[in-house]
Design a protein around this ligand. Structure first.
Ligand code: CMP
Length: 140
């Protein structure tokens, strides 16, 4: 089915100057960028985005990392966009990520893991709305 997913290129990958290389992977997999913004997240924005993880032991480190530099946020659209993006990203921990995935190629650790992608249709909807108004989405 035609789906949308929320993708974030995290501070580590932005600092490595690989936004374009990651966008090329989206495009080559048939995903279209339908909204995008570069942003320095505030602590409140990062805590709100990851609210589902707030009881997890890694929550504080995750928030600190996500506000350590600018991120590139995009909504992607395409056939099976959620699973397609997750396949492109690879496993959360780059040590477990398959060869050729974004995390295998660009991530350094489970915290500095280059990208975020929505895990299901319902979270994709919530996550896209967290960062983009309807007017900011340019679906073709
Ligand atoms: P992300 O997909 O952005 O969602 C939550 C993030 O928490 C995850 O990527 C990882 O970068 C980070 N994280 C750190 N430790 C863990 C862990 N043990 N399990 C899952 N996510 C973790």
């Amino acid at each position: 089915a035609l789906e949308r997913t929320l993708s974030i290129i995290k501070p580590d990958a932005v600092a490595k100057n690989v936004i374009g290389q990651i966008y090329t992977r989206f495009e080559n997999a048939g995903l279209q960028v339908i909204a995008a913004k570069m942003k320095q997240l505030t602590r409140e924005e990062a805590e709100g985005f990851y609210a589902v993880h707030k009881e997890r032991p890694f929550f504080n480190a995750l928030v600190e990392f996500m506000i350590s530099g600018p991120v590139m946020i995009q909504a992607l659209e395409g056939e099976n966009a959620i699973a397609t993006n997750r396949d492109l990203m690879g496993a959360t921990n780059p040590k477990d990520a398959a060869a050729g995935t974004i995390r295998a190629d660009f991530a350094d650790s489970i915290d500095a893991n280059a990208v975020h992608g929505s895990d299901a249709a319902e979270t994709a909807k919530v996550e896209i709305a967290y960062f983009f108004s309807d007017a900011e989405i340019c679906s073709r």
